[in-house]
Design a protein around this ligand. Structure first.
Ligand SMILES: [Zn+2]
Length: 245
């Protein structure tokens, strides 16, 4: 059986959801955690501080300050487990996901990457956050294997359409299998280029006065990745962008 994922999808994102800061605050080792119950924040603050330190080291972050971590007692709208908000800068984890270390690192990565000199295409940004999640938790092999498994079963009919997805369009993909298929493409690109290569791309884009790294800069890497994965081939662009085989 095969399923197709089209890009013309209804809105379902957590975007409009109003998030209220939990009342109890615990601050330690440069990180501030808010939770409904102080014990919950106390229990996790040390681990979050360690994960934050690792993400900052991996990205070479001096500034900006670490965001707050909010342990929510509500579920987020859509299929997301966590989200990253601008004001105040906070990483929010939904109910039931407070111990999801991959989600913590993923959202911390978004927080710092949003402040890089230029943006990456949304799909690569997602893949990069997942890559950092694997690296910071010393679980990169496991994350790689999982995405390689998905990627082998994913046919990308137009890398151009995947790379031009906005973050809103990415969030609005209603089928979780479509999301993970597209994420596997972003992960493969980020993994292949690496932290330093992606940083250099963003610096180069900024030097050219570009807000975002152009898709064309990533297409040669995709060609390399695709040629190594036996299922991948480029076929002419159409509405069908990703097919899970
Ligand atoms: Zn994300």
């Amino acid at each position: 059986m095969r399923s197709c994922f089209l890009l013309l999808l209804p809105a379902c994102a957590a975007q409009g959801q109003k998030l209220i800061a939990p009342p109890c605050v615990v601050e330690r080792d440069g990180i501030l955690v808010r939770a409904e119950y102080v014990e919950e924040a106390e229990r996790l603050v040390g681990d979050f501080a360690e994960l934050d330190r690792r993400v900052r080291d991996l990205l070479g972050v001096q500034d900006p300050p670490t965001p707050e971590v909010w342990l929510l007692e509500v579920e987020l709208e859509g299929s997301t487990t966590g989200t990253c908000i601008w004001v105040p800068p906070a990483v929010c984890l939904e109910k039931g996901q407070h111990e999801n270390r991959q989600a913590v690192v993923h959202e911390l990565a978004h927080h710092y990457l949003r402040r890089w000199p230029a943006r990456l295409p949304a799909v690569v940004d997602e893949g990069f956050a997942d890559l950092l999640g694997g690296m910071a938790r010393d679980q990169l092999g496991e994350v790689r294997d999982r995405y390689a498994y998905v990627l082998r079963r994913t046919r990308v009919t137009s890398i151009h359409h995947v790379l031009e997805l906005s973050s809103q369009e990415f969030r609005e993909i209603s089928d979780p299998r479509g999301t993970v298929a597209i994420r596997s493409v972003g992960f493969a690109l980020a993994d292949r280029i690496g932290v330093e290569g992606l940083r250099q791309m963003c610096q180069r884009a900024k030097a050219l006065d570009l807000e975002q790294v152009p898709e064309e800069w990533l297409e040669p890497t995709w060609a390399e990745v695709a040629s190594r994965s036996f299922q991948q081939k480029e076929i002419p662009p159409g509405l069908e962008v990703v097919t899970l085989l």
